[in-house]
Design a protein around this ligand. Sequence first.
Ligand SMILES: [Zn+2]
Length: 64
Amino acid sequence: MPTENNQVYCGTCRKRVSYHFVPVDHKREFVRSVITVGLWLPIWLAMSLTKTKHCDTCSNPIIE
Ligand SMILES: [Zn+2]
């Protein structure tokens, strides 16, 4: 049963949402880093070091 405690604010949905954890797909993040000319690298690094929450509504990673 969802409670207030497992909800976080999603900047994409602009509301509080429930979330799930997704293991980092390094192949996908590598492609993202290439596409963004390295701009994605710090986010990839942060995702690798911490478990990233993913929005249940839009599936985007939630950066706190
Ligand atoms: Zn969202």
